[in-house]
Write a new protein. Structure first.
Length: 254
């Protein structure tokens, strides 16, 4: 049996990139995984197909975050998906991964971009947790995907960095409040990872080499590098770890 056999997991933003890697790994460990996505049906279908081809169990959940009614839509689809898959009601593992990014220095930030990014990256995780806790069993796991940008001065991604710093504080505070229920809450902070979100920064061989050189391993991170860390935090092996910010940058911040 896998380490997560009999567990229900919800991974937001699982249609591609890091989220796809996390969903695939949790399913490989035995969890029934809800693959959340916002709009891209084809990408979500590819994640579901990959999970099932590997023998895992999952189902898609479509809900755009950062808009009115988003959390209700999300959990209505989640509950319906569980019933369709014959899964037991409830939630054991919640991974807040969905996020947007914009590149803008302070003089270039537009109010509408700020509002949208904060709505998806900061507000949504809070209320996804709030509603999720009504379903989460004692001993559950919450993993928030933060970013190395929350603890470094990166003027070009000011609002993104702010949104992830808020996620770090959310993690710390929830860990204190939910400890009596045996629920752990931790943040995983990737650096550069091979995903579509930062593809433009790797557009040339020179740019790729410069990014790879940031890590002590002289390579760019992969989604499975992050997924393996999340899988550990989702398992019972991590039961004595909570309220922590785990640097997952391959030593890029040393």
């Amino acid at each position: 049996m896998g380490a997560l056999e009999g567990k229900n997991a919800l991974v937001t933003g699982a249609g591609r990139g890091i989220g796809r890697g996390i969903a695939t790994r949790l399913a490989a460990d035995g969890a029934l995984v809800a693959v959340h996505y916002a709009r891209d049906d084809a990408s979500a279908a590819a994640t579901v197909a990959a999970v099932r081809a590997a023998g895992g169990r999952c189902f898609p959940v479509r809900a755009e975050l950062g808009v009115p009614g988003d959390v209700d839509t999300l959990y209505e689809a989640y509950d319906a998906g569980l019933r369709a898959e014959g899964g037991a009601p409830g939630l054991d593992i919640l991974v807040n991964n969905a996020a947007l990014s914009i590149s803008a220095r302070v003089a270039d930030v537009r109010p509408e971009d700020f509002d949208r990014l904060i709505a998806v990256n900061t507000k949504a995780p809070l209320f996804v947790v709030q509603e999720g806790l009504k379903r989460m069993r004692d001993g559950g796991r919450i993993v928030n995907i933060s970013s190395a940008a929350s603890r470094r001065a990166l003027p070009g991604t000011l609002v993104y960095s702010m949104s992830k710093a808020a996620v770090d504080t959310l993690t710390l505070t929830l860990a204190e409040e939910l400890g009596p229920r045996g629920i752990t809450v931790n943040a995983v902070a990737p650096g550069f990872v091979e995903t579509e979100m930062n593809a433009s920064r790797r557009a040339t061989p020179e740019a790729r080499a410069a990014i790879a050189a940031l890590s002590v391993f002289d390579r760019i991170g992969r989604p499975d590098d992050i997924a393996d860390i999340v899988a550990f935090l989702a398992s019972d092996a991590s039961r004595w770890i909570t309220g922590q910010y785990l640097d997952a940058t391959g030593g890029s911040t040393l």
